[in-house]
Design a protein around this ligand. Sequence first.
Ligand SMILES: C[S@@+](CC[C@H](N)C(=O)[O-])C[C@H]1O[C@@H](n2cnc3c(N)ncnc32)[C@H](O)[C@@H]1O
Length: 377
Amino acid sequence: MKRGFLNSAKSKAIRLGSDAGYGSSSTIGAPSMPTPDLSSSGTDTVILPANAAPDEPVTVCFFWPGSKEVLMKMPGYPKPLRKVSEPTFRVGELIIDEQPLLISVRGVPVAVPAMLNQEQTTKYQLREFEKYLEVVLKKMRPADREAFMSLANSHLTDGSGPIAGRIRTNSLGLDGLCPAMTGPMAQYSSVPHYISRMNNSCSPNTTSNFHDTSISYTVYAARDIAEGEELTLSYSDVWDTAANRQQTFKPYGFVCACDACRDPISSDRRHAKIRAFVPSVRMWAVNRSLPDDWLINKCLEQIALLEQEKLEGESHYHAAINAIMEAYICLGDSPKVRKWAARARKCPWAATLESLDVMIALKSHDGHPLWRMRVEK
Ligand SMILES: C[S@@+](CC[C@H](N)C(=O)[O-])C[C@H]1O[C@@H](n2cnc3c(N)ncnc32)[C@H](O)[C@@H]1O
């Protein structure tokens, strides 16, 4: 799965990758020091939103210069979190809207002694980074610090300190906040409290987005979730092969035993088939050699495959539903357009809800550019 994109209003939340970037930067600059001065590393620690009341959640942000300004200039910032009342875990429902406890740089400039080998260098960098993180964590509210330190840590033997270890185990990646930087160090690690408790499944029953204006994650039910069923998210790119996904999980210290990983050959084959189909409404609408129901049937097959793989949270699922809705516009069938728009609306993580609401409300869709394209051309 590709990293989160902050410059989109709906950037998908993904685990950063437990090994990604840490200790790999040959970061040279500030000398090592026992109690680091954060400003000497070029970083800054800010608490956002700046004027939060004591009972409102905040995020401690260990940032490169410029990132705070990027966030604060986002149109709509600061947007309050939505209150989630009784989560019912029906498909499309919001399970949680959560502001992370911490957003952190993935390393700081460290002058590494020349005689160290690669392994010693990594450990040295991690030790120095931990000293910075200790200073940053002191800025957290005590209850938030306690929540952070209660999170799982799968990095007990690789030189990570207790704070970096928890960041590496639990973080989701954030892109797009460092206009002046490129490469892995331009990404931040973000650590939520509740979402960090979610285990991996390669067929996850939730899907999450990051929202830059509220600095928060929304987690939706990707399908109906039975009472007592564990909530899961994916730590890897679900479209990666099962073998590659297991490699991603190694630093987290587990072997995934989800349905897709237990039957890797069939699952990989179905994944490849899903990815090979990209619905093109306009191509079908003008191609008279294809039957009228060709696109709809292909999309229904795609939906069935995605449901078999339990990948309803992926964009391919919403794309197939949306294509059926548009195919019915091309066929001039407004009742079916409303029906499929209502179904697309159950993927709020992928859809523009306002335009779907318009589709659902309209008696006729004769103002749409695709209207009766398949019938009259
Ligand atoms: C982000 S934490 C998830 C929450 C953690 N299980 C807890 O109780 O707080 C990541 C850790 O959870 C465990 N984990 C996550 N997904 C798992 C899975 N599918 N099977 C076994 N262990 C898993 C691993 O120990 C991993 O290092």
